[in-house]
Design a protein around this ligand. Structure first.
Ligand code: NAP
Ligand code: GCO
Length: 266
Protein backbone atom coordinates (compact mmCIF):
# COMPACT_ATOMS: atom_id res chain seq x y z
CA UNK A 1 0.00 0.00 0.00
CA UNK A 2 2.80 2.45 0.92
CA UNK A 3 4.81 1.37 -2.14
CA UNK A 4 1.74 1.88 -4.32
CA UNK A 5 1.37 5.47 -3.09
CA UNK A 6 4.84 6.43 -4.29
CA UNK A 7 5.00 4.18 -7.36
CA UNK A 8 5.66 6.17 -10.56
CA UNK A 9 5.85 3.23 -12.97
CA UNK A 10 4.69 4.24 -16.44
CA UNK A 11 4.93 7.98 -15.71
CA UNK A 12 6.96 10.39 -17.85
CA UNK A 13 8.78 13.01 -15.78
CA UNK A 14 10.46 16.05 -17.30
CA UNK A 15 12.87 17.85 -14.99
CA UNK A 16 14.27 21.09 -16.41
CA UNK A 17 17.90 21.82 -15.62
CA UNK A 18 18.32 18.25 -14.38
CA UNK A 19 21.99 17.79 -15.26
CA UNK A 20 23.26 18.48 -11.73
CA UNK A 21 22.26 19.96 -8.38
CA UNK A 22 18.69 19.83 -7.12
CA UNK A 23 17.30 18.88 -10.55
CA UNK A 24 19.51 15.82 -10.79
CA UNK A 25 18.64 14.68 -7.25
CA UNK A 26 14.94 15.00 -8.10
CA UNK A 27 15.37 13.11 -11.38
CA UNK A 28 17.19 10.28 -9.60
CA UNK A 29 14.54 9.82 -6.94
CA UNK A 30 11.69 9.94 -9.47
CA UNK A 31 13.56 7.39 -11.61
CA UNK A 32 13.98 5.13 -8.58
CA UNK A 33 10.22 5.36 -8.03
CA UNK A 34 9.77 4.04 -11.59
CA UNK A 35 9.32 7.14 -13.77
CA UNK A 36 10.87 7.58 -17.22
CA UNK A 37 13.19 10.56 -16.83
CA UNK A 38 13.82 13.38 -19.28
CA UNK A 39 16.20 16.22 -18.42
CA UNK A 40 17.31 19.23 -20.42
CA UNK A 41 20.13 21.72 -20.36
CA UNK A 42 21.55 24.32 -22.72
CA UNK A 43 24.99 22.68 -22.78
CA UNK A 44 25.69 19.50 -24.75
CA UNK A 45 28.73 18.88 -22.58
CA UNK A 46 26.70 18.93 -19.35
CA UNK A 47 24.08 16.69 -20.96
CA UNK A 48 26.72 14.12 -21.92
CA UNK A 49 28.30 14.24 -18.44
CA UNK A 50 25.00 13.80 -16.66
CA UNK A 51 24.04 10.87 -18.89
CA UNK A 52 27.13 9.04 -17.64
CA UNK A 53 26.26 9.80 -14.04
CA UNK A 54 22.66 8.63 -14.44
CA UNK A 55 23.78 5.51 -16.27
CA UNK A 56 26.19 4.68 -13.43
CA UNK A 57 23.13 4.40 -11.18
CA UNK A 58 21.28 2.31 -13.76
CA UNK A 59 19.02 5.17 -14.83
CA UNK A 60 18.24 5.37 -18.53
CA UNK A 61 17.77 9.13 -18.94
CA UNK A 62 16.60 10.88 -22.11
CA UNK A 63 18.46 14.19 -22.54
CA UNK A 64 17.48 17.20 -24.61
CA UNK A 65 19.22 20.46 -25.39
CA UNK A 66 16.73 23.31 -25.22
CA UNK A 67 16.35 26.69 -23.60
CA UNK A 68 13.35 26.87 -21.27
CA UNK A 69 12.74 30.50 -22.23
CA UNK A 70 12.37 29.71 -25.93
CA UNK A 71 8.77 28.78 -26.78
CA UNK A 72 9.68 27.27 -30.15
CA UNK A 73 12.42 25.07 -28.69
CA UNK A 74 10.16 24.02 -25.81
CA UNK A 75 7.36 23.06 -28.19
CA UNK A 76 9.71 21.02 -30.37
CA UNK A 77 11.30 19.23 -27.41
CA UNK A 78 8.00 18.29 -25.82
CA UNK A 79 6.62 17.08 -29.16
CA UNK A 80 9.66 14.79 -29.36
CA UNK A 81 8.97 13.44 -25.85
CA UNK A 82 5.34 12.84 -26.77
CA UNK A 83 6.29 10.95 -29.92
CA UNK A 84 8.93 8.80 -28.20
CA UNK A 85 7.35 8.10 -24.81
CA UNK A 86 3.92 9.74 -24.53
CA UNK A 87 2.60 12.83 -22.79
CA UNK A 88 4.46 14.34 -19.85
CA UNK A 89 2.81 13.27 -16.55
CA UNK A 90 5.13 15.13 -14.18
CA UNK A 91 6.75 18.47 -14.95
CA UNK A 92 9.37 19.82 -12.57
CA UNK A 93 10.17 23.45 -13.37
CA UNK A 94 13.59 23.36 -11.74
CA UNK A 95 15.87 25.35 -14.10
CA UNK A 96 16.77 28.69 -12.60
CA UNK A 97 19.45 31.32 -12.19
CA UNK A 98 20.30 33.95 -9.60
CA UNK A 99 22.14 37.26 -9.93
CA UNK A 100 23.32 38.89 -6.73
CA UNK A 101 23.53 42.57 -7.65
CA UNK A 102 22.18 45.53 -5.61
CA UNK A 103 19.15 47.20 -7.24
CA UNK A 104 20.91 50.45 -8.15
CA UNK A 105 23.72 48.57 -9.88
CA UNK A 106 21.60 46.01 -11.68
CA UNK A 107 21.15 46.54 -15.41
CA UNK A 108 17.50 46.15 -16.40
CA UNK A 109 18.57 43.52 -18.94
CA UNK A 110 19.94 41.35 -16.09
CA UNK A 111 16.74 41.78 -14.10
CA UNK A 112 14.69 40.77 -17.13
CA UNK A 113 16.85 37.71 -17.80
CA UNK A 114 16.24 36.38 -14.28
CA UNK A 115 12.49 36.99 -14.65
CA UNK A 116 12.49 35.23 -18.05
CA UNK A 117 14.23 32.09 -16.77
CA UNK A 118 12.81 31.86 -13.23
CA UNK A 119 9.24 33.03 -13.83
CA UNK A 120 8.25 33.17 -17.51
CA UNK A 121 9.87 29.84 -18.45
CA UNK A 122 7.84 27.79 -15.91
CA UNK A 123 4.74 29.33 -17.51
CA UNK A 124 5.94 28.43 -21.03
CA UNK A 125 6.64 24.86 -19.92
CA UNK A 126 3.38 24.43 -18.02
CA UNK A 127 1.28 25.92 -20.86
CA UNK A 128 2.80 23.39 -23.23
CA UNK A 129 2.18 20.28 -21.08
CA UNK A 130 -1.07 21.21 -19.29
CA UNK A 131 -3.53 20.65 -22.19
CA UNK A 132 -2.63 16.94 -22.43
CA UNK A 133 -2.72 16.60 -18.62
CA UNK A 134 -6.18 18.18 -18.64
CA UNK A 135 -7.28 15.78 -21.38
CA UNK A 136 -6.01 12.83 -19.28
CA UNK A 137 -7.46 14.31 -16.07
CA UNK A 138 -4.13 13.73 -14.33
CA UNK A 139 -0.89 15.62 -13.95
CA UNK A 140 1.65 16.98 -11.50
CA UNK A 141 3.51 20.26 -11.89
CA UNK A 142 6.18 21.22 -9.38
CA UNK A 143 7.53 24.77 -9.50
CA UNK A 144 10.88 25.34 -7.81
CA UNK A 145 10.24 28.35 -5.60
CA UNK A 146 12.54 29.60 -2.85
CA UNK A 147 12.58 31.20 0.57
CA UNK A 148 12.85 34.29 -1.60
CA UNK A 149 9.24 33.58 -2.63
CA UNK A 150 8.30 35.09 0.72
CA UNK A 151 11.39 36.99 1.91
CA UNK A 152 13.53 39.74 0.48
CA UNK A 153 17.29 39.93 0.83
CA UNK A 154 19.71 42.61 -0.23
CA UNK A 155 21.13 41.98 -3.73
CA UNK A 156 18.59 39.37 -4.94
CA UNK A 157 15.73 41.64 -6.11
CA UNK A 158 15.23 39.99 -9.51
CA UNK A 159 15.39 36.48 -8.09
CA UNK A 160 12.98 37.32 -5.25
CA UNK A 161 10.59 39.03 -7.68
CA UNK A 162 10.64 35.96 -9.92
CA UNK A 163 10.30 33.40 -7.13
CA UNK A 164 7.59 35.46 -5.39
CA UNK A 165 5.78 35.58 -8.72
CA UNK A 166 6.24 31.85 -9.19
CA UNK A 167 4.55 31.17 -5.86
CA UNK A 168 1.48 33.09 -7.04
CA UNK A 169 1.65 31.59 -10.52
CA UNK A 170 1.48 28.22 -8.74
CA UNK A 171 -1.65 29.43 -6.95
CA UNK A 172 -3.21 30.67 -10.18
CA UNK A 173 -2.46 27.48 -12.11
CA UNK A 174 -4.15 25.67 -9.24
CA UNK A 175 -7.23 27.91 -9.45
CA UNK A 176 -7.59 27.13 -13.16
CA UNK A 177 -6.46 23.51 -13.42
CA UNK A 178 -7.02 21.70 -10.10
CA UNK A 179 -10.58 20.82 -11.14
CA UNK A 180 -9.08 18.62 -13.89
CA UNK A 181 -7.18 16.62 -11.27
CA UNK A 182 -3.89 18.42 -11.83
CA UNK A 183 -1.88 19.14 -8.71
CA UNK A 184 0.36 22.17 -9.07
CA UNK A 185 2.61 22.84 -6.11
CA UNK A 186 5.88 24.54 -5.29
CA UNK A 187 8.92 23.57 -3.29
CA UNK A 188 10.75 26.26 -1.36
CA UNK A 189 14.25 25.00 -0.66
CA UNK A 190 16.17 26.72 2.09
CA UNK A 191 19.91 27.03 1.66
CA UNK A 192 21.08 24.00 -0.31
CA UNK A 193 24.64 22.99 -1.18
CA UNK A 194 24.76 23.22 -5.00
CA UNK A 195 26.69 25.24 -7.58
CA UNK A 196 24.16 28.06 -7.17
CA UNK A 197 25.35 28.64 -3.60
CA UNK A 198 29.01 27.61 -4.01
CA UNK A 199 30.32 31.18 -3.88
CA UNK A 200 28.49 32.06 -0.64
CA UNK A 201 29.04 28.71 1.07
CA UNK A 202 32.79 28.90 1.60
CA UNK A 203 33.96 28.59 5.17
CA UNK A 204 34.64 32.13 6.41
CA UNK A 205 32.13 33.72 4.01
CA UNK A 206 29.71 35.89 6.02
CA UNK A 207 26.77 34.20 4.29
CA UNK A 208 27.91 30.78 5.42
CA UNK A 209 27.93 32.16 8.95
CA UNK A 210 24.43 33.58 8.49
CA UNK A 211 23.06 30.23 7.30
CA UNK A 212 24.77 28.29 10.07
CA UNK A 213 23.60 30.64 12.81
CA UNK A 214 20.02 31.03 11.56
CA UNK A 215 19.07 27.53 10.37
CA UNK A 216 17.58 25.54 13.28
CA UNK A 217 18.77 22.29 11.67
CA UNK A 218 22.28 23.83 11.85
CA UNK A 219 23.44 22.71 8.41
CA UNK A 220 23.15 23.45 4.71
CA UNK A 221 20.53 21.30 3.00
CA UNK A 222 21.49 18.66 0.46
CA UNK A 223 19.83 18.28 -2.96
CA UNK A 224 18.42 14.94 -1.75
CA UNK A 225 16.51 16.74 1.04
CA UNK A 226 14.63 18.63 -1.67
CA UNK A 227 14.24 15.58 -3.92
CA UNK A 228 12.31 13.65 -1.27
CA UNK A 229 9.74 16.45 -1.10
CA UNK A 230 9.48 16.32 -4.90
CA UNK A 231 8.73 12.60 -4.76
CA UNK A 232 5.80 13.33 -2.43
CA UNK A 233 4.47 16.07 -4.72
CA UNK A 234 4.90 13.88 -7.83
CA UNK A 235 3.10 10.91 -6.32
CA UNK A 236 -0.44 9.83 -5.47
CA UNK A 237 0.36 10.63 -1.84
CA UNK A 238 -0.24 14.32 -2.65
CA UNK A 239 -3.42 14.00 -4.73
CA UNK A 240 -5.33 16.55 -2.58
CA UNK A 241 -2.38 18.90 -2.04
CA UNK A 242 -3.00 21.91 -4.28
CA UNK A 243 -1.29 25.26 -4.72
CA UNK A 244 0.98 24.71 -1.75
CA UNK A 245 4.63 25.70 -1.39
CA UNK A 246 6.40 23.05 0.66
CA UNK A 247 9.41 24.63 2.36
CA UNK A 248 12.37 22.34 2.82
CA UNK A 249 14.56 24.71 4.76
CA UNK A 250 15.79 23.12 7.99
CA UNK A 251 13.37 25.41 9.83
CA UNK A 252 14.93 28.74 8.85
CA UNK A 253 11.57 30.32 7.99
CA UNK A 254 10.31 29.36 11.44
CA UNK A 255 13.12 31.23 13.13
CA UNK A 256 13.68 34.93 13.66
CA UNK A 257 16.58 34.50 16.06
CA UNK A 258 19.97 32.81 16.17
CA UNK A 259 20.51 29.14 16.85
CA UNK A 260 24.08 29.01 18.08
CA UNK A 261 25.22 29.57 21.64
CA UNK A 262 27.54 32.43 20.77
CA UNK A 263 24.77 34.68 19.39
CA UNK A 264 21.90 33.56 21.64
CA UNK A 265 19.78 36.47 22.86
CA UNK A 266 17.97 35.54 26.05
P1 NAP B 1 22.08 25.02 -10.25
O1 NAP B 1 23.01 24.00 -9.70
O2 NAP B 1 22.61 26.34 -10.70
O3 NAP B 1 21.17 24.39 -11.41
C1 NAP B 1 20.29 25.16 -12.18
C2 NAP B 1 20.04 24.42 -13.47
O4 NAP B 1 19.20 25.24 -14.34
C3 NAP B 1 21.32 24.13 -14.25
O5 NAP B 1 21.23 22.83 -14.77
C4 NAP B 1 21.27 25.15 -15.38
O6 NAP B 1 21.96 24.79 -16.53
C5 NAP B 1 19.77 25.19 -15.64
N1 NAP B 1 19.39 26.36 -16.46
C6 NAP B 1 19.66 27.65 -16.21
N2 NAP B 1 19.16 28.41 -17.20
C7 NAP B 1 18.56 27.57 -18.09
C8 NAP B 1 17.85 27.75 -19.31
N3 NAP B 1 17.66 28.95 -19.83
N4 NAP B 1 17.38 26.65 -19.97
C9 NAP B 1 17.59 25.43 -19.45
N5 NAP B 1 18.23 25.18 -18.29
C10 NAP B 1 18.72 26.26 -17.63
O7 NAP B 1 20.99 25.37 -9.17
P2 NAP B 1 20.31 24.52 -8.02
O8 NAP B 1 20.80 25.06 -6.76
O9 NAP B 1 20.34 23.07 -8.30
O10 NAP B 1 18.83 25.10 -8.20
C11 NAP B 1 17.78 24.45 -8.86
C12 NAP B 1 16.53 25.27 -8.64
O11 NAP B 1 16.29 25.41 -7.24
C13 NAP B 1 16.61 26.69 -9.18
O12 NAP B 1 15.35 27.10 -9.68
C14 NAP B 1 16.98 27.52 -7.94
O13 NAP B 1 16.61 28.85 -8.05
C15 NAP B 1 16.19 26.78 -6.90
N6 NAP B 1 16.66 26.99 -5.52
C16 NAP B 1 17.95 26.69 -5.18
C17 NAP B 1 18.35 26.86 -3.84
C18 NAP B 1 19.74 26.57 -3.34
O14 NAP B 1 20.03 26.94 -2.19
N7 NAP B 1 20.61 25.94 -4.11
C19 NAP B 1 17.42 27.33 -2.92
C20 NAP B 1 16.13 27.62 -3.34
C21 NAP B 1 15.76 27.45 -4.64
P3 NAP B 1 23.58 25.09 -16.64
O15 NAP B 1 24.23 24.21 -15.63
O16 NAP B 1 23.92 24.73 -18.03
O17 NAP B 1 23.74 26.54 -16.34
C1 GCO C 1 20.82 33.84 -1.80
C2 GCO C 1 20.64 32.41 -2.12
C3 GCO C 1 19.19 32.04 -2.28
C4 GCO C 1 18.99 30.57 -2.27
C5 GCO C 1 17.60 30.08 -2.19
C6 GCO C 1 16.96 30.34 -0.88
O1 GCO C 1 21.70 34.46 -2.37
O2 GCO C 1 20.09 34.33 -0.92
O3 GCO C 1 21.35 32.00 -3.22
O4 GCO C 1 18.35 32.91 -2.75
O5 GCO C 1 19.67 29.98 -3.31
O6 GCO C 1 16.81 30.42 -3.29
O7 GCO C 1 15.78 29.65 -0.76
Amino acid sequence: MINELFNLNGKIALITGGTHGIGMAIAKVLAKAGAKIVVNDISDEKLAQCKEEYNKEGIDVFTQNFDVTNEIQVDKAISEIEEKFGAVDILVNNAGIIKRIPILDMPISDFKQVIEIDLVAPLIMAKRVAPKMIEKRAGKIINMCSMMSVYGRNSVSAYASAKGGLKLLTANMTCEWAKYNLQINGIGPGYIATSQTAAIRENGHPFNKLVMTRTPAARWGQPEDVANAALFLASKASDFVNGHVLFVDGGILANFGYVDGENDII
